[in-house]
Design a binder for this molecule. Structure first.
Ligand code: AMP
Length: 418
């Protein structure tokens, strides 16, 4: 047996119904808010991520599935969707094509991380991005959209966390303040943090090493260093969150580890998922479109991980039980032929119908109908054939009645609970 690659998994029948529920709900909610689907390739030029996600980020430095292809080109399996969406936005001039470019993307992402519960090497994201709007009303819409998704999925106990990481005008002062506040303590931090202190001090807030936490907790907060416009923007975002009655908490720890974030950052956290508790996360990335060769356009979005949404769904709900509406049973060669024609006609008429493919005893066929959970069995035997009828048996009450064969489809449809 050749097992699946470590960190990847098969999504089997029985679990896939939960995925389908998440996917269908997301599409419905996104489209209601006016977001159009975009699909981009899983493979991109490696430099796209180096230039956007960030050369010094863990994702690009340690986790990317990057390789040289047979033509000698450096390519990577996408570790996140935002760079691909920005690339497509620029490459196809979507600004011209769409009144307000509001996009969503659904698909697999790849990161070579240590697998654990809620963390995989191939995982799946629902990604939402909006371009060209700086006003805080769009931050509010995007945050509300994420919150609406969690609500419509029936996930309880989630928490919205927000922060502002400022802009290139005010962030240097904050970075300096962090380094100054750390002082000599920097040497007591983990190796990663010591590197971060010189390459990108904000990222120290992403550290999960327990011993580092008391030092990190004493560090200054980004929102105390915002410039006037960034402060006003963050106040506006918070005002909208109040108007929308979205419960949220400001967390100065929420800087998110990528280079491109500006101003608003946010996450929705789940209770009961353990260490990997971020259901979705995102923020504003004004400047990224220009950095990747486009016009100077604002951007904001979020990514939600399907695996974690599926884990967070309420356990008691049954999703998409694919039970047949009717089972067709037959005894005898002629009846069997007629049964397969009836089966086909039922399916063509939109009725979920099942059958037993082997010519087994009636008892065995009923057993199978029962196992499949069919509420109704239509029986065709010699007697029924002679009379041009089928016997309809209600599997719940055990009641039987004769139905003319020509009326069998209408009979099945009429039993449907509207
Ligand atoms: P990020 O792109 O790291 O901000 O992640 C956005 C969302 O994607 C997270 O909140 C998770 O729900 C999900 N996610 C990120 N990395 C993984 C992973 N390795 N396995 C499963 N889900 C992930």
């Amino acid at each position: 047996m050749i097992p699946a690659v470590r960190g990847t998994r098969d999504i089997l029948p029985g679990e896939v119904e939960r995925w389908q529920f998440v996917e269908d709900t997301a599409r419905r909610v996104f489209e209601r808010y006016g977001y159009a689907e975009l699909r981009t390739p899983i493979i991109e030029r490696e430099e796209l991520f180096a230039k956007s996600t960030g050369e010094t980020t863990d994702i690009v430095q340690k986790e990317m599935y990057a390789f040289t292809d047979k033509g000698g080109e450096r390519v990577a399996l996408r570790p996140e969707a935002t760079p691909s969406i920005v690339r497509a936005f620029i490459e196809h001039n979507l600004e011209q094509a769409m009144a307000v470019p509001k996009l969503y993307l659904y698909g697999p992402m790849f990161r070579h991380e240590r697998p654990q519960k809620g963390r995989y090497r191939q995982f799946h994201q629902l990604d939402v991005e909006v371009f060209g709007v700086e006003d805080a009303s769009i931050d509010a819409e995007v945050l509300d959209l994420g919150w609406a998704l969690i609500g419509e999925l029936g996930i309880r106990g989630a928490e919205m966390v927000v922060n502002s990481v400022g802009c290139p005008a005010c962030r240097p002062a904050f970075s300096d303040a962090l380094v100054a506040a750390l002082g000599e303590d920097v040497r007591r931090l983990c190796g990663d943090c010591q590197r971060r202190a010189t390459s990108n001090p904000l990222r120290i807030f992403d550290c999960k090493v327990a011993e580092d936490q008391p030092i990190i907790d004493r560090l200054p907060h980004s929102i105390d260093y915002l410039c006037g416009p960034c402060r006003a923007h963050f106040d506006e975002v918070r005002r909208y969150l109040g108007l929308y009655a979205i419960p949220y908490r400001v967390s100065h720890r929420l800087v998110r580890g990528l280079d491109y974030y500006r101003r608003t950052t946010f996450e929705v956290l789940a209770t009961g998922l353990g260490a990997q508790n971020a259901l979705l996360g995102g923020g504003r990335y004004d400047g990224l479109v220009k950095q990747l060769g486009g016009l100077d356009r604002a951007g904001i979005g979020f990514a939600a991980g399907i695996e974690r949404l599926v884990l967070a769904l309420p356990a008691e709900v049954q999703y998409g039980t694919a039970r047949p509406e009717v089972f067709v049973a037959a005894l005898g060669d002629d009846a069997r032929q007629a049964a397969f024609v009836l089966l086909r006609d039922l399916r063509r008429a939109g009725v979920h119908a099942q059958v037993d493919y082997e010519a087994r005893s009636l008892k065995a066929q009923f057993k199978r109908a029962d196992r499949l959970g069919a509420p109704l069995v239509l029986v065709l035997g010699d007697d029924e054939m002679a009379r041009g009828e089928v016997t309809a048996k209600d599997m719940t009450t055990g009641a039987q009645e004769a139905v003319p064969r020509a009326e069998a489809i209408g009979y099945c449809r009429a039993r449907r609970v509207p």
